[in-house]
Design a protein around this ligand. Structure first.
Ligand SMILES: *[C@@H]1O[C@H](CO)[C@@H](O)[C@H](O)[C@H]1NC(C)=O
Ligand SMILES: *[C@@H]1O[C@H](CO)[C@@H](O)[C@H](O)[C@H]1NC(C)=O
Length: 272
């Protein structure tokens, strides 16, 4: 019991704090970016808003009664940093009423777990670009989300307690095809398992890979874990396909473990 608790804490520690400085560097790079300027979509009616939300893995809508407040321009500037998110903005009283918004707020709608997160008026009053960007990065969960320490914090704050990692080098020739199949499998487990990609080509991700006792030579590999206890398992794979991923997830959900952690720990002790 004690052991599993501490393991779990170590896991969250690695995920949450291990690499934060490097992520900060990334954010700065992204905001220098040479992206084409973009604007949030101006929303005036419910059907267009529903359409935007339903078409996007992640949609963020700013509902503002007053468009002159400072957060509005901060909000608008986010579109350039997050190209994989659909942004909308509205001041229509019909829309605000429909979404139960009584004061200015920013809402994030997410398909992968059917979640709606809300930053309401008190929270957005103190928001600057860095804080809003952090909130979005943390909660920008897709069918397949690329791992970063901020995203890890977001994963741990969802209701979904089982997470699957595909550890693979994004530079490998099989990458594109593999991720398409991995994404297909992700849709079979909506609301049950969050699917994450860990780019093994990034040096700072080595900690995550070695946490699961995997070696570079065993990749690509799947790792699955539960956030509430010490249960985890891994499976090195030569090819990512929907059936293999599905069977691995099904097995784990049924309590089957392919790796014998106990035996590994005993072997580890003997070595010492
Ligand atoms: C919404 O903003 C537009 C443009 O600034 C303005 O003309 C309009 O009156 C506003 N509508 C409401 C309901 O405040
Ligand atoms: C608004 O609130 C009502 C009552 O709590 C709820 O039934 C409805 O689903 C909410 N609308 C949206 C769009 O969340």
């Amino acid at each position: 019991m004690k052991i599993s608790r501490s393991r779990c804490l170590i896991l969250s520690f690695i995920f949450l704090y291990g690499l934060v400085p490097e992520v900060t560097a990334d954010v700065e790079e992204a905001s220098d970016g040479l992206h084409t300027p973009q604007e949030p979509i101006w929303l005036t009616d419910i059907s267009a808003t529903e359409e935007l939300i339903n078409a996007a893995e992640v949609a963020i809508i700013g509902f503002f009664q007053d468009l002159e407040i400072p957060i509005v321009s901060v909000f608008r500037s986010m579109t350039q940093q997050f190209q994989d998110i659909s942004f909308g903005i509205s001041n229509s009283s019909e829309l605000l009423t429909h979404y139960n918004i009584t004061r200015n707020s920013i809402c994030l709608f997410r398909q992968v777990d059917n979640e709606k997160l809300n930053l309401d008026v008190e929270e957005i009053e103190n928001l600057d670009a860095a804080k809003l960007s952090r909130f979005i990065q943390m909660n920008n969960l897709h069918w397949v989300t690329e791992y970063s320490p901020l995203v890890a914090a977001g994963l741990f704050s969802t209701m979904i307690q089982t997470h699957l990692l595909l550890m693979m080098n994004k530079a490998s020739p099989e990458y594109e095809e593999s991720v398409l199949r991995y994404q297909k499998a992700a849709k079979l487990f909506q609301g049950q398992i969050l699917f994450v990609l860990v780019d093994s080509g990034r040096g700072e991700n080595r900690k995550v890979i070695s946490y699961f006792k995997l070696k570079e030579s065993q990749l690509p590999a799947l790792a699955i874990y539960e956030t509430v206890d010490d249960k985890w398992d891994t499976l090195p794979i030569t090819e990512v396909n929907v059936e293999k991923v599905r069977d691995f997830c099904d097995g784990f959900q049924k309590g089957m473990l392919l790796r014998d952690h106990k035996a590994e720990e005993d072997a580890g002790k003997e070595e010492l």
